[in-house]
Design a protein around this ligand. Structure first.
Ligand code: HEM
Length: 453
């Protein structure tokens, strides 16, 4: 039935009388969204916590709604929801959570550091770290090596590109602290009632300790730079960046916060993205062989270079398809600043809107056989005119992931390098996923890696 805009008629997910959908969301956020999509279609309203004490939000599952919410940047919809308050409290203010002019100024300073062109400079680093990745996976004696090896690769790529640092001493703190802080932000972001963070619960104490450790590691890295100049990496560029209009640089606190945010945002999704991609390849041997054939034809045994990347078209489609099935940024949250129409429904100003990328990417009204792992669907010859808001692994509109080109290149380099040397074996089934701040595996990735015969 067509719904006339103008009425606040968003269908409600019933949930429990007291907690609404809070428990379902905490237990299994992804399945809760899928059920809401199946029952209600394009949009559904969920309540978290008791009426009037908790909060409500609208989950959106179709491209038109995603476009309305995301395409205007900070105009009409802003990043303002409990999870962002938590993120700001834990990491400080910065690009990820700023709105309006603050966001625009910061993005203007940082954007030139992340263009496709700039990222090409980092491909040799990625390529050399991918040798380590192949060695770690190839030397593993059992099928549990993938998560640690993928984290090692991500840490080193991020460390060498962002900070120009060998991350071996900071690595253990980062690997412990970043996931812990992210998990706390995700948990509190969906909690119907939140204790103040100064209440000394075990989880608050753990998080505070992780925060202190993380700040101290980042402070050491930033301080080790004071005045040495001469390097050419992202941290150096952050320190010397000037707003083209005002000529102003960033304050020391802003640099520390931004570095923390880049560690939080840049360290969390790529290892799991690589894990999901390699696991899927492990269960799809024909696809894996096609990647191997492409890599052999394009680069042979030589290291992957920036010039090779545009020619690794099928490998890139494999990464795209893995990110469709497993979008690390599974939910994009915004708050409407004024009354608006979304998917034919009137939305009141102040309403929290959640673009469920997980739902959108698995929506049978948008994708044929959405549960299938089929990289060919990303061949422009097969689907030339896809709605850009149907596929949002890096978000959409002006606030798309600033690290998108870096992340995509690092995934393609890693997949090409691993598949060229190793045969991956994993069960032929979709790995289970669960929602943290970003998407995580529901169980440890178990794949074996053997030298290519
Ligand atoms: C596979 C890897 C990655 C995925 C899937 C991913 C996904 C995303 C998504 C979906 C958003 C948009 C969030 C929103 O609109 O609410 C985002 C934003 C962001 N990402 Fe990534 N990301 C990845 C890697 C990275 C890396 C490597 C970095 C750092 C170098 C990074 C830094 C950021 C930052 C700073 C933002 C906020 C941008 C802004 O609001 O202007 N991400 N990311």
């Amino acid at each position: 039935m067509a719904v006339r805009a103008g009425n606040d008629t968003v269908p409600r997910v019933p949930g429990s009388a007291v907690f609404g959908s809070a428990r379902d969301l905490q237990r299994d956020q992804l399945a809760t969204y899928e059920r809401a999509m199946q029952a209600h279609g394009a949009i559904a309203r969920l309540r978290v916590g008791p009426p009037r004490l908790g909060f409500e939000f609208d989950a959106v599952f179709e491209p038109d709604g995603a476009r309305t919410i995301l395409s205007g940047g900070s105009r009409g919809y802003i990043k303002d929801a409990p999870v962002y308050h938590e993120f700001t409290r834990l990491f400080g203010e910065g690009l990820f959570t700023f709105n309006g002019d603050d966001w625009q100024r910061r993005r203007r300073i940082l954007q030139p550091l992340f263009t496709r062109q700039r990222v090409q400079d980092y491909v040799p680093l990625m390529s050399s770290w991918s040798d380590d990745l192949v060695r770690l996976l190839g030397n593993s004696r059992d099928d549990t090596a993938l998560p640690a090896a993928a984290m090692h690769y991500t840490l080193n790529v991020l460390g060498s590109t962002l900070f120009g640092e060998d991350m071996s001493s900071a690595g253990p703190v980062l690997q412990r602290a970043v996931p812990l802080i992210n998990a706390e932000a995700a948990k509190r972001g969906l909690a119907p009632v939140r204790l103040p963070p100064w209440v000394p619960t075990p989880s608050h104490r753990r998080t505070a300790r992780a925060q202190r450790e993380l700040r101290s590691v980042v402070d050491d890295i930033v301080h080790s730079r004071d005045g040495d100049g001469g390097r050419d990496d992202l941290l150096e560029r952050l320190i010397s960046a000037r707003d083209p209009e005002t000529g102003q640089g960033l304050t020391p606190l802003a640099i520390r916060n931004e570095a923390l945010i880049f560690l939080g945002a840049g360290l969390d999704p790529p290892p799991n993205a690589l894990g999901f991609t390699l696991y899927l390849l492990g269960g799809h041997h024909q696809v894996q062989q096609r990647v191997r054939d492409e890599v052999a034809a394009v680069i042979g045994d030589a290291p992957v270079t920036a010039d090779d990347l545009p020619h690794l078209r099928f490998t890139s489609m494999v990464v795209d398809e893995a990110l469709r099935l497993y979008p690390l940024g599974h939910t994009l949250l915004r708050k409407a600043t004024a009354d608006n129409d979304v998917c034919g429904h009137r939305i009141p100003g102040g309403q929290i809107m959640a673009v469920s990328v997980w739902g959108l990417h698995r929506n049978p009204r948008v994708w044929s056989d959405p549960g299938e792992f089929r990289p060919e669907r990303f061949d422009p010859a097969v689907s030339p005119d896809r709605d850009p808001y149907a596929y949002l692994p890096f978000g959409g509109g002006p606030r798309t992931c600033i690290g998108m080109h870096l992340a995509h290149a690092q995934l393609v380099v890693a997949v090409a390098s691993v598949v060229r040397s190793l045969t991956i074996r994993a069960p032929d089934r979709r790995p289970p996923a669960r929602a943290g701040l970003t998407l995580m595996t529901g169980e440890p990735f178990r794949c074996s890696f053997e030298p290519v015969a």
